[in-house]
Design a protein. Structure first.
Length: 162
């Protein structure tokens, strides 16, 4: 059910950078080295990193980058449609350069986030839900559970979500 971690193709990263260039230009945003490095890092990984994880990966290569910058840039990417923010059981936002609709499985112990192919879940029909006028733009599922590593390490199923 869960997709294997596929190696990221360089074409995906370069297409993403190209798209960022277009969208920045269109929105009057400058193409900073920081934006480029952050998008390059995000789109070359499949682990749905937090802002902190991206910061840790690029801080040595990008002069003057701060945690706050990384977080702000990621929020900009979400607004520009270059990344999506994923709901998950922990407080920290996780980001995904894959903006196509798909679902996620989140491990409550190690907080790993895996992709779930959207084709295996039926479309969710919210037309009968009483949402008090709430307009739904998109809907995705987050499966909460334990990853195979954590299960193998004997983490108990009763692990509590904070
Ligand atoms: Zn785990
Ligand atoms: Zn994903």
């Amino acid at each position: 059910m869960i997709l294997q971690t596929m190696p990221i193709k360089d074409e995906f990263v370069s297409a993403k950078i190209k798209l960022m260039e277009e969208r920045c230009r269109k929105n009057g945003l400058s193409l900073t080295i920081q934006r480029r490095a952050i998008l390059e890092n995000l789109s070359s990984r499949k682990d749905h990193p937090t802002a902190d994880q991206i910061y840790a990966a690029i801080q040595d290569r990008v002069a003057g980058v701060s945690r706050t910058t990384v977080y702000r840039v990621l929020e900009t990417f979400v607004q520009l449609g270059l990344a999506q923010k994923i709901s998950n059981p922990e407080a920290k936002a996780r980001f995904d350069a894959d903006t196509t609709r798909h679902h996620h499985a989140a491990c409550v112990s190690c907080e790993k986030v895996l992709d779930i192919d959207p084709s295996i879940l039926p479309d969710i029909d919210l037309s009968k839900a009483d949402l008090k006028g709430f307009q739904v733009f998109d809907c995705s599922v987050v499966a909460i559970g334990l990853c195979s590593d954590c299960s193998a390490n004997g983490v108990s199923r009763s692990y509590q979500i904070n």
